[in-house]
Write a protein of this length. Sequence first.
Length: 223
Amino acid sequence: MDINGYVSSNGTFSGGTWASAINAFAEGNKGMEKSGQQGSGSKKEKFDILKLVKFIPEIKKYALPMPVIDPWMVGRTAKVRKDIYGQGFSYNQFIALPNLPAVFGLLGGLGLVVLGAQFKITKELMLNYRKSGEGPDKAKRDKSFFKLTFIGKSDTKTVITTVSGGDPGYTETSKMLSEAALTLFANYDKLAIQSGVTTPGAALGDFLIDILNDKGIKFEVKN
């Protein structure tokens, strides 16, 4: 089973997240040099990124690979719970955008941020744009949303599911963290995994899904 996740959101970021991203971009080339990988400045790589843009007919949006750790977390869950995920499971995650101008706007803006992070003056200016500890106010959070559309395909079947909710960076993340802890405490003796370091999905499974549904984070099967 191959599953792709497509993220749509209007949520904004905190100052801490912004600073982490800027510092990661600033260290990016140094890290690749140390690991022996080619830097991101070659013409070939700049050209190839456009090949990564794909139109997804099921959601009528354009998709770009999303540089997050989520696929590794899902992969870890699948490895631990082969009784559920089976063999040959794969997961990739993308950011979903409504049209090509939005795609090129994101790529152009990201390119400027990466370039600016390489120079001390512009890096400091960007870090001052939103300082650590700053973030969206309640009015902005109340208007924010996220939606993850999962498209799973096997040799014989296609299944589409969604997970959706409010502000992803603050409101819903708080729910996920607190409810994961409470669910672990309340259902410990019923869990398939009761020890070791593992993922919330592997340890809590449907217990956590049911709780989050009750708290307004909706898990839905679309077909």
